[in-house]
Write a protein that binds this ligand. Structure first.
Ligand code: FEO
Length: 175
């Protein structure tokens, strides 16, 4: 028991860092909801590949949220489970959805980088190591959406092209 307390003491994280991690839970929860709304719109619009891509993306964001919840809770700091904001439910086009998604990922990347700065300033090596996974993940996420958006210039924006891009989205989804 004594040993357990010593471990927790040595991994204390600042209030500032705790707030940032809880704010990140909000961002991931909103991202999960937002991707769910995009998936739902794609499904009713007939973009089946894109729907399956965004449902998987939504699950992935939930996993990100859970990683942070577990990290805080394992340190003995109860994570704050947030309310989420109502996501947009209708969209102009598949291309516009992908642009919104990229913008969302860029906001998340900025937030992750700010947390890394806080961890470095605090000399909080544990959180810094924990955040390393998220830093790499964001590089992959941004690249993924940039590549998908590029397809509209490469393949086109007519119905046949969108059908092709829809298939590409199906094959790009995370497992
Ligand atoms: Fe968890 Fe795609 O940011």
């Amino acid at each position: 028991m004594e040993c357990y307390i010593i471990i927790l003491e040595s991994m204390k994280i600042s209030k500032n860092m705790q707030t940032a991690l809880n704010n990140q839970i909000v961002l991931e929860a909103n991202a999960s909801n937002s991707y769910m709304a995009m998936a739902s719109w794609c499904q009713v619009t007939g973009y089946d590949g894109s729907a399956s891509f965004f449902y998987a993306q939504s699950n992935e964001e939930r996993e990100h949220m859970l990683k942070i919840i577990h990290y805080l809770n394992n340190l003995g700091i109860p994570a704050v489970i947030p309310a989420t904001k109502l996501p947009a439910s209708s969209f102009k086009s598949l291309e516009s959805i992908l642009k919104i998604a990229l913008n969302n990922e860029q906001i998340v990347t900025t937030a992750i980088h700010k947390m890394v700065e806080i961890a470095q300033k605090d000399k909080d090596y544990s959180t810094s190591a924990f955040l390393g996974w998220f830093v790499n993940e964001q590089v992959q996420e941004e690249t993924k959406f940039e590549t998908l958006i590029q397809k509209f210039d490469l393949i086109g924006r007519d119905k046949l092209a969108i059908n092709e891009i829809d298939k590409i989205l199906a094959s790009s989804k995370s497992d």
